[in-house]
Each structure stands twice: as structure tokens, then as C-alpha cells.
Design a protein around this ligand. Sequence first.
Ligand code: ARG
Ligand code: GLU
Length: 716
Amino acid sequence: MKKIIAGITLLILFSGKVLFATEGMWLPQLLSVLNEKEMKEMGMKITAKDIYDVSRGSLKDAIVSLGGFCTAEVISDKGLLLTNHHCAYSAIQQHSSLQNNYIDNGFWAFSASEELANPGLTATFIIRIDEVTQQALEGVTGDLTERERQSRIDKNLNAVRASAQKESWQHMLIRPFFEGNKYYLFITETFTDVRLVGTPPSSIGKFGSDTDNWVWPRHTGDFALFRIYADKNNRPAEYSKENVPYKPKRSLSISLDGLNRNDFTMVFGFPGRTQEYLHSAAIAQVLEKQNPAKIEIRTRALNITDKYMRGNEAIKIQYASKFASTANAWKKWQGESLGLEKTRAVAKRKAYEADFQKRVDANPEWKKLYGTLLQDLADTYTAIENPALYRDIFNETMRNVEILSFGTRVIPLINASSRSADAYEDIKTELLEYSKDYFKNYSKETDREVAVALLNLFVSTMPQSFVPATLQADNSALVTSLFNSSLLVHPDNFTATLQKPMDDAVATLSSDPAVQLVSSMARLYSENNVATVNTLQEKLNGLQQKYMEAQLTVFKEKRFYPDANSTMRVTYGKVNGYSPRDAVEYDHYTYLDGVMEKYVPGDYEFDVPAKLIELYNKKDYGPYGVNGKMPVCFIASNHTTGGNSGSPALDAWGNLVGLNFDRVWEGTMSDINYDPSICRNIMVDARYILFIIDKFAGAGHLVREMKLVHPKKQGK
Ligand code: ARG
Ligand code: GLU
């Protein structure tokens, strides 16, 4: 009775402001069962079938996975694609030089012939999603070892693949969900001719750069445009002059009305990876071990790279994209650690585990199945703590010292030579291709200084057994001599060597000092750690699968969503500000006025283009401004993660109102521990995007391709 009264009082207290749970990244084909009712209560005006339907065009047919790392959406019936500037950044950088600096100046195609091809970039539509759990888990019994279980599943999945229906130009993939407790099959269509149509200059598309990254209030016009091309039958085809703009089954209308506080919104896209069901011991490890080690390595690499980029325009272009991606994760890990501390994620997870254990212990059958799970997980995490740390330090060192990461690509070539001449030729062709772009973006001075810093750190943080005898506490002299003599830093010598007959080339490469350093580091790592990590990881995978199964069984009243795994998801929430700390309140919208407040003439990160200042001074916003102001970004409680970049933010009717591109600093721990009070996703307002294309760039012909709507006036 007391509880009921308390509940009623709560309802009264919050009356007019009903709180909804906005956690979750949901499977689009299950919305009608799990979410539709709640979405409607929150304000959605369309049905789950309007979002996902295989029998007619639905919203899902306008959404693509861009290259597997971002999301994009079709916004015209000529295959025009909208995504983030930072998702297009590597393409923009590839097309840029000191003469044609699209990073600094932006780029706009004024006719189809000016659109730029991007070999390797893909756009993948989801045709259909089918559950195949039953087939996948057939004959999988509790007594199998983790390895037996996996091989049984692999066999089952091969049978599923063999019998699945698809057209010849389509693909299929099967993914595990809920730690391997459910399986879904995806039929996909991948377009490989995706051309760059337009991008604002970085002073708009990347305004605030790394200082503002992951931070609210934000003022970035983080968008770019591509176009999908197809063959004459509207099917995927390799790049060809004969290809024509793709005619989509569905394209998104764009709303000119914006959103208000408390308005419903959803984000539709391809979130990459979350770990919402970790054991508390795993969270503690991320916090105490893994994040600090990775942050320290990248801090050193980034400080050095930043110094060279600021001192030299050519290096700034060469490293623009690499620096952005290294800095992005580096900064996120810091926000994540702060957020995990602040929300007491470990303590909260321990309380959840105590509840789990209590329920399990009270049920004899569960106790038999799951009684020791938590203890087993805790023990295995303790065992993997150091091996996982060594893995991170090794991988980060190899990744951030370019001469080493390039070396790891040369070793497979040497190894292939002992297998067969054909294998060698295949890898050689790939490596020569790779090395062109690699050397184009390589600065020897920068890498040399990074190499000294990171090798020194490697020696001081790794156990002796991982450190090759050639490395010392101070590796300056070693690195100098390495960079003087290694082929891996001389593009011409490297290419010339690969042109020689196989045996000669292999002899030269094998005796290269950088290749030798990489092989000895790799060999010691492999001897000391690979088997240990793999065995423990396999054990953990098995335990996680059981733990997930147990949670689904024990917390029957809870609505679970599967961790992100780069498959298509819908997340929904409401537009709202938040309070990051005592006495501080953040609003939900930013305006062009805020861009001008941050403006620092000539600054590396906060410069503003003259044309934009002029438009601001004249308040020349065309149909895109509201009451004399130009909206720029807004936030909502949608649960998003990396990969959701470029996802459309949709209004209650399914019109595009914004473009997702980031999360707020205090909420980046949502990959592990979502907290509705401070987790917010950041979107660019669609009106700012249109304003920049039309008024700033003078590319109104692109806006005329789109369908603009006034849902709040028209009610649709
Ligand atoms: N933080 C956003 C995301 O995770 C944007 C990254 C791009 N921006 C940047 N300044 N590096 O991808
Ligand atoms: N910027 C991220 C991306 O590239 C999205 C932000 C996030 O991680 O939520 O996908």
C-alpha cells in the first residue's frame, strides 16, 4: 500500500512531465512488439510498420551503412546521401592537396561530372532481417565446451546460408546477438560507386575541432553529401562513367520546423559496439587499467603530431584524418572514465549483481545452472587483467608508430614467399597499392619523434620478457639509425625493392632493421601473451554468453536490448537539456550567435569563414532561420554510439530534422552504463545544413533535389 501511495505521489510530482526510459538500441523489425506503444506515448505519430516493412518501402530503405563505420541516408530520389563531415573526412582528405585544399576550402559539385569517385567507399542497404536463432542453436546443448559449441553453430549457420533466399547481386550476413543467445540473418545490397558531392570547409564542418569534440554546447556543421550511382538496372556496379544516379525505394523528407524541448525524436542507424552487460570487474578494469594505459600512449603520440601539423601546412594535410581518428577515441576514453566514476558505475553494477545472485540462489534450478557464474566471471577477469593490459599496450604502440605498423604489413609478404610465388604476388600487389596512399600521407620527421617516445614508453611499461634486446630505456640513437637505414621510410627504395625478383626482394626486406625490430616485438608478444589472452578470452566469451542467458531468464520483467554490433538499430528519446553538475544547466539548442561567440580570427580550430560572418551580420538566413536566429545544433536523450555518426534524427512523422554526430562529454560512458539524466546525443539541425548548402555555398540546386516539409504546420 505504501508503495502504491509513493507511486501516486511521484506521478503527481512529475505530472505534465512523464519520464520515459530512453535507454536501448532496438532492432527495427521488433519495434512493433517491444517499443511501438511506448514510442507512441512519447509522441510518435507513425507506426512501427512505417519504420520497418519488407513488403513496401519503409524508412529503413532510406538508411545505409556507409563503409561499415558510419551511417548515411538518402535524401533525394536521385540517390543523394547525407552523412557527417567527419565520416567523409578521409575521402575529403584523399582528394585534397596544397593546390586543391578541400579540407580548408570545402568542395561543391555543380554538375554530375564534377562529383568525385571514392574507390573503396560503400553504401549498404538492408533488404530484410530474419531471425535464425532456432536453426543456429540446433543441437547446441549445455554440456558442449565453448569450442564445440562454436563449431556446431558454424556448421548450422552454413546450412542457413545455403538455404537463404536472395538475389544474385545481394549479400547476406549472420550476426550473433545477446552474446550468442540469438542470431539474425541480414540480406543486404551494397553499392560501390559512391561519389562526393559537397562538403563545407572545416571551419564549418569541423568547427571547434578537437577542443569541442565530445562537448556540449556545440556549434559544428558536421555534414557532407555523397551520391550513390547504380547501373542501368538500378543495381550495384563498380565505378563507371556509364553509371547513373541510384533511384531509391524511399528517401527522407526534410523538416523545416525543428524540434522543441520534450519533442519526440528517434535516430536510425548502425551503432558499432556497446558493452552494456559487463561484469563489475570488467568495468573496474576499463577504468583502472585499460583506459589509462591507452590514453597515455596516445597523449604522447598526439602531442608530437600536433606540433608538426601546426608547424607545416603539408603535414597538416597529411595527418588531418589520422590525427582526428586517433584523437577522437583518446578523448572519448577520458570522458568515459570520468562518467563511469561520476555515475558510480562499478557500485551500481555490483548492486545489480547482488540482486541477480539473490534471485538465482532462491531458485534451485537456476542455482544449479547459474549459481557460480558471477564468481567465475570475477575470477576470469582477474586472470585476464595483465594479459589484456599487455595486449592493449602492444597494439597501441604498433598502431601509433607508423614505421612499426607498416612493418606489420611487410611481414606477411615475407612469410608468403615461403608458401608460393602466387601468394607472394597477391600480397605484393596489395602492399604496393597500400603503400601509395601510405607514403603520400607519411612524414618521416613526425614518425621518428613519435617512435622514440612510444618505444621508450613501451620499455618502461612492459615486462622485460616482451622487450627485444635492441631496445633501451632511451631509444633516440636506435631510432635515428633505423630511420637512416630502413627501406620502410624511403618510398622510392621500398618500391624499387619490391620490383626485384622475389628472392632478392625478400632477402633485402628480411635484413631491414625496422622489419627486424617489428618481427622481434611481434615474436616476443606472441610467445608471451597470445595463447594466454586467447584462452582466457574464449573462456570469458562462454561465461558472458551464459550470463546473458541467465539475465534474460532471471529478470523476466526487464526489457532487454542487444549490445550494438554494427547492425541496424532504432533508438528514441526526447529533446532536452541536462545538468552536468550542481548549479549548471545546459539548454537543448545552440544558434549561430554561439559560433560568433567562439570565433577567434585565424585560429586553428575556431576560425569562421568571412562569408558566414557576412550572412550572420545581415541575418540573411533565407527560409531556414527562426525569429531572426539560425539554429545550429541540438541534443536529445537518444542512446547512440560510434557508428551512429551520420544517422538521421527523425521527428514524430519520420522526417529528417537533424543529423547525429556526437555525444556529450558527461555521457560518453553510455556504451557501458547509460544514464538518462546526463546521456545526450548531439545533432546538427537540418535547417543549418540547408542554410550552409544554399546560402553559404550557393549550391541551391542540391536543395531543390530534396523534399522540404513543414510537419508542424501540416501535421505530417
Ligand atoms: N566525436 C565524434 C565521433 O565520435 C566526432 C569525431 C570527429 N571530430 C573530431 N574533431 N575528431 O566520431
Ligand atoms: N561521432 C561518432 C561516430 O563517428 C558518433 C558519436 C558517438 O560515439 O556517439 O560514430
